[in-house]
Design a protein around this ligand. Structure first.
Ligand code: C2O
Ligand code: CU
Ligand code: CU
Length: 493
């Protein structure tokens, strides 16, 4: 036992009354591979009373620097999601979206999670590199009334914007729809973007809510149900951080850094502000090597972007962030209003005189090059409607097996007439090409939209974390219907 562990254990023993002590559902003996970067499990004292209902952040109760101990509860609540109407929701720590988890590279993180719902759930940390025990996949449900410790160390180089959501098999759509989703922000010690850029987190989601406040979750026997089944469920209410068309303040000349999470079940956002461009600086796995100027941002569901918004408007003026039409559908199931732009939020310029914009660094950070010459296998993943490689999800089947440390090229083909966003758990990858056209620059991704009848190739290295990892379409209805498979990363004997 290392001295730190001894000290912590003594502390835990000393704090006898008023605190819960949890050892989690696994013991240290069931967590092999500490050498491969796994966090050794130790007794952690995280009082459930540290949950502040409605708090926008998870509150870190760890005393020592470099440790993050937070408590998270999923429970049924009654909240006003739209003005004047209350809904029976599922909430993390009493709010929708759930509280943001703020981390730094190198942090040793323990989340004490309690399921107060009347059904099994999980907490999946989308995009994070962590041990399989803490992935919160469908293989690892937390039963009603039970607790689980999610434990991991934040890897170097993974600073970026991520999110967490439930992943119980067959019930992911309904649980996320009812309100279980939240953001994770990981910071780097050497972040190249100036602190003076005002940072904003925009968690995007959509929903359909009936007049009485109930969620319009359909049965596949209805016409709308068939549409939801095919397209993935979309809603006419567009939420930004749980609000409909909120207003954000900006000052003329100011540069803001926006982290955007698409946590919608299936909606693809195509973001634009009329008359202005964005500096796209990052995606799923963090910052690019260089900023890229773009007119619009296409964000498939589960993807994230980091972007710099430059306040080019005049003092006192307003601008609107819209989502423009994007045709991801089969022609026969396109929603009626799919071709209409929708307002997401208003950007209001203060009356203050313009400030001189700060310089944006031209170099952000180096991204290691994964070399196709190192690939030991090339895999074909074929996405057809509802199936991957012609099969439905089976928890007891391994679809792809790869040795720990292997570098592989995956070719993901979409053979049908609607888009499917492909997601791999546990490992960030680099796109090589789309339909044979090389990607213009390197970036880390964990989710990639594969448009109708198109193909994408990416390279990935299973550097750490053996175990059974999900690969799936991130249209939640498709995932629930079984458009999912298992990659097993095996440790050599
Ligand atoms: Cu966003 Cu399988 O996950
Ligand atoms: Cu995931
Ligand atoms: Cu799909």
């Amino acid at each position: 036992m290392r001295p730190r562990t001894v000290a912590l254990t003594l502390l835990v023993l000393a704090v006898a009354v008023g605190f819960w002590i949890v050892a989690g559902r696994f013991s240290s003996s069931s967590v092999p591979g500490a050498a491969s970067g796994r966090t050794p499990v130790e007794l952690v004292e995280i009082p459930m009373s540290s949950v502040v209902s409605g708090d926008p952040f998870m509150r870190n109760v760890a005393a020592e620097p470099g440790s993050v101990h937070v408590a998270l509860v999923a429970s049924a609540e009654r909240l006003e999601l739209i003005d004047g109407v209350t809904s029976d929701v599922y909430a993390y720590n009493g709010r929708v979206p759930g509280p943001t988890l703020e981390l730094a590279e190198g942090d040793r993180v323990t989340v004490r999670f309690r399921n107060e719902l009347l059904e099994p759930t999980t907490v999946h940390w989308h995009g994070l590199s962590l041990p399989i025990d803490s992935d919160g996949s469908p293989l690892d449900p937390v039963e009603p009334g039970e607790e689980k410790l999610y434990t991991f160390t934040v890897s170097a180089g993974t600073a970026g914007t991520y999110w967490y959501h439930p992943h119980p098999h067959g019930e992911t759509t309904s649980q996320i729809t009812k309100g279980l989703y939240g953001a994770v922000v990981i910071r780097a010690p050497d972040d190249p973007l100036p602190d003076s850029f005002t940072e904003r987190l925009l968690v995007l989601s959509d929903n359909r809510i009936l007049a009485d406040g109930t969620f319009d979750l359909t049965e596949p026997t209805t016409v709308q149900g068939q549409m939801d089944h095919q397209n993935g469920r979309e809603g006419d209410l567009l939420f930004v951080n749980g609000e409909i068309t909120p207003t954000l303040e900006i000052r003329s000349g100011e540069i803001q850094r926006w982290r955007i999470v698409n946590s919608a079940a299936s909606r693809v956002y195509r973001l634009a502000i009329e008359g202005q461009t964005f500096l796209h600086v990052g995606s799923d796995g963090g910052l690019f090597e260089h900023p890229v100027e773009v007119d619009e941002l296409l964000i498939a569901n589960a993807e994230r972007v980091e972007v710099l918004v430059r306040g080019t408007g005049a003092p006192g003026s307003t601008a609107v962030l819209q989502t423009l039409p994007y045709d991801r559908y089969m022609p026969q199931t396109r929603p009626e209003d799919w071709d209409q732009p929708r307002d997401l939020l208003t950007l209001r310029y203060s009356d203050a005189p313009p400030v001189t914009p700060e310089a944006v660094p031209e170099v952000l950070r180096p991204i290691p090059h994964l070399d196709p010459a190192d690939a030991s296998a090339t895999r074909e993943i074929v996405m057809a409607q509802g199936m991957i490689n012609n099969r439905l999800f089976d928890m007891d089947r391994v679809d792809v097996s790869a040795p720990l440390g292997a570098t592989e090229i995956w070719e993901v083909h979409n053979v049908v007439g609607m888009d499917h966003p492909f997601h791999l758990h546990g490992f960030q990858f680099q796109l090589l090409d789309r339909n044979g056209v090389p990607e213009p620059f390197r970036r880390w991704k964990d989710t990639v939209n594969v448009p109708k009848k198109e193909s994408v190739r990416f390279i990935v290295r299973f550097a750490d974390h053996p175990g059974k990892w999900m690969l799936h379409c991130h249209i939640l209805d498709h995932e629930d219907q079984g458009m999912m498979g298992i990659l097993e990363v095996t440790e050599e004997e």
